[in-house]
Design a protein around this ligand. Structure first.
Ligand code: PXP
Length: 254
């Protein structure tokens, strides 16, 4: 059996910008955090330019693109304004996410079934510009099939419900949610989709999900930036990298 693919770590630096914006100045700089995360082993940087600009701002995206030596994943809502900015920024990848102004974070996956006709032109335009598009979806077979019919080469499975159940100690719910992710991830290869996952992951959940070898990228932000307050960003990223590598090694029986 061939060795499973290495699991990439995308570090989301949105919440460095959240802290900066609390004072309205220039510090702490999310671009400095991105450079440091890469030096510590991140394979790419993710940033979400929200419509309300509550954390990342337009010039952060431009500076990230100009500065970092690893792929930039531009998270965005499927709107004409965001499409324009993405086409100008030319990131390596764009992850389309649902956005509600009242939410604290991206609460659920995209409505890929009802939103097919709305999403498809965005996927086509971004792809035509050479940007690799992923759709942030619920871990279900229906969502995977809908994502494929929209034409995105990549899906990112929303792990928030699983991580929330783990965090609140609801073990049976957590196992059900993990099983949904496991089944969905196993279907991605059959459907010809590249599989990413993220939302709410910490060291323990990242280690466990790393055992699902169809997943080739995890995007992790909030926990890492929070952990950086206590142990520093560099050690937090290194510890995450080690947890993921350990989880993947165990899964391959090495
Ligand atoms: N992936 C996507 C598509 C997201 O929207 C987010 C949150 O911005 C993440 C991953 C990272 O989630 P967290 O910050 O909880 O690690």
């Amino acid at each position: 059996m061939p060795a499973p693919a290495k699991l990439r770590l995308g570090v989301n630096i949105d919440h460095v910008a959240t802290v900066r914006n609390a004072r309205g100045g220039a510090l702490p700089d999310p671009v400095r955090a991105a450079v440091m995360a890469i030096a510590a082993g991140a394979d790419g940087i993710t940033a979400h330019l929200r419509e309300d600009r509550r954390h990342i701002r337009d010039d952060d995206m431009a500076r990230l693109k100009a500065t970092i030596a690893k792929p930039l994943n531009f998270e965005m809502a499927a709107t004409d304004q965001m499409l324009d900015i993405a086409l100008r920024t030319k990131p390596h990848a764009s992850c389309l996410v649902p956005e509600k102004r009242t939410e604290r974070t991206t609460e659920g996956g995209l409505d890929v079934l009802g939103g097919h006709n709305h999403l498809k032109p965005y996927v086509s335009e971004l792809s035509r510009a050479g940007i690799r598009v992923s759709l942030f979806i619920e871990p279900s077979i229906e969502a995977l099939e809908a994502a494929r019919s929209i034409g995105a080469p990549v899906v990112e499975l929303h792990t928030g419900a699983w991580c929330h159940a783990v965090e609140t100690g609801d073990t049976s719910r957590a196992e059900q949610e993990f099983e949904r992710i496991r089944i969905a991830a196993a279907q991605t290869t059959r459907l010809g989709l590249e599989c990413h996952a993220g939302h709410g992951l910490d060291f323990a959940t990242a280690r466990r999900i790393a055992g699902l070898t169809d997943i080739i990228e995890l995007n992790i932000g909030h926990f890492l930036i929070g952990e950086a307050i206590f142990i520093g960003l560099d050690p937090a990223v290194r510890q995450m990298r080690a947890a993921m590598d350990d989880g993947r090694r165990s899964a391959s029986g090495a």
